[in-house]
Design a protein around this ligand. Sequence first.
Ligand code: PLP
Length: 398
Amino acid sequence: TSVLSDRINAMQESQTIAMAKMARELAAQGVDVISLSFGEPDFQTPQYIKEAAKKALDDGFTFYTPVPGYLDLRQAICDKLQRDNNLAYKPENIVVSTGAKQSLANTVMSLVNEGDEVIVFAPYWVSYEEMVKLAGGKAVTLMGSLENDFKVTAQELEAAITPRTKLIMYSSPCNPTGSVFTREELAAIAEVVARYPQVHVLADEIYEYINFVGEHVSMAQFEEIKDRVITVNGFSKGYAMTGWRVGYLAASKEIACACEKMQSQITSGTCSIAQRAALAALQGGRTSADEMVEAYRRRRDLVLELVKDIPGFRTPTPSGAFYIFPDVTGYFGKTTPEGKTINSAYDLALYMLHDGHVAAVDGGAFGAPNCLRFSTAAADEKLREAFIRIKHSLAKLA
Ligand code: PLP
C-alpha cells in the first residue's frame, strides 16, 4: 500500500520531462547531446519587458495581487482580445493565472464532474488528459488524420459527442503538430457545438502569435457559442516569457468567477512583478513576437529541407508553433547495429539519443505513438547538425 493518494498514483509522469532527463544525464557524462525536446523559445524575454519588471520592484509592487489579476492588466488583455481577435470582453471576464497551464486546469476543475466526458483532439498537449483525469472526468481522445494535417473534422467530432460530453479541448496552432485550424474548419466545428447545448470548448491559443499562415481564428468569434467557449492564452510563447508564469483565460462571467474561486483557494493571484511585466509586454504590441516568428519560420523551412533528405519521415508542413511531428512508422521492425528491434517511436527516440545524441520526444506523450516531436526552437547550426546526425543513425538501421 502507498501513503500517496489514489489521485496522484493514477497520474502519469510527464514523458517529455523523462526524455529531457535522460538527455541531461548523457550530457553530464560529457556527451555532446543536442536536445530538441524542449517546448520553449530559445530567445531571451525582450528587454523592454525586463525593464518593466525592474521598475515594478522599485515602484513597490510586492504585495498580494487581486486573485483574477490587476485590473489594468485585465483591461489590457481585453484590448488585445478586441484588437487581435475581434472579441469583446470586460475585465470581469478575464482571469490571469500562473501560466496558461493553470488557466486550463482552472477551467477543467470548474466544469468537469465525475464521469463527464471531455473530447480531447489528438495529437494533444501532454497535460490535457491528466487534468481531465484529476477532475474525475473521462478523456475521450479523437485523433486527427495525417492526411488532414492531424486536424479533427466537424464530422469526426459530431460522431464522438454523447449526452455525457461536457467539454472539448484543442490547441491551435497545435503543440505538437503545428497545425492551424482555418476559419471554415472552426466554423463547421462551432456549428456542431451549437447543436449540443451542454458542450463547452476550451480553446488553447497559447501559440497564437507563432503562425506562418496568417489568420488566427478564435473559437469564441462564433457568436452563437461564445458563452460556452473558454479562450486560453498567455505570454510564455509569443513573448518568450516561459519562466515568468503568466497566462489568462477569457470566458463568460459565470465561468470566469468559478475559475477565480478555484484559484483563490489554491494559489491566489499571480506574481506581482510578472504581472507588471506582462502589462508592459501587451503595451509593446506584437513587434517583438513578429521578429521571433520570422526566425521560427526560417528554422521550420530549414528543418523541412533537412527532413526531405531522411527517408521514412512523413511530416505535414507545420503552419505554426515551433515543432515538426513526423510519422516514423516506416522504421518499425528495423534492427539497430546492437541487434535491438525498433517497435515504436519511443524505441526510435531512445536509439537516436544513444546513437546520434539527439533528443526528441516520443509522440506517445501526445497520444500519437507513431510520431516523434522535434522542437525547431534552436539555433540554425544546431538544427543542421542534429538532422545530419539523425540521418546517419537512421541509415544504420537494417
Ligand atoms: N498549452 C500548450 C499547447 C503548451 O504547449 C503550453 C506550454 O508548453 C502551455 C499550454 C502552457 O503554457 P504556460 O507556460 O503559459 O503555462
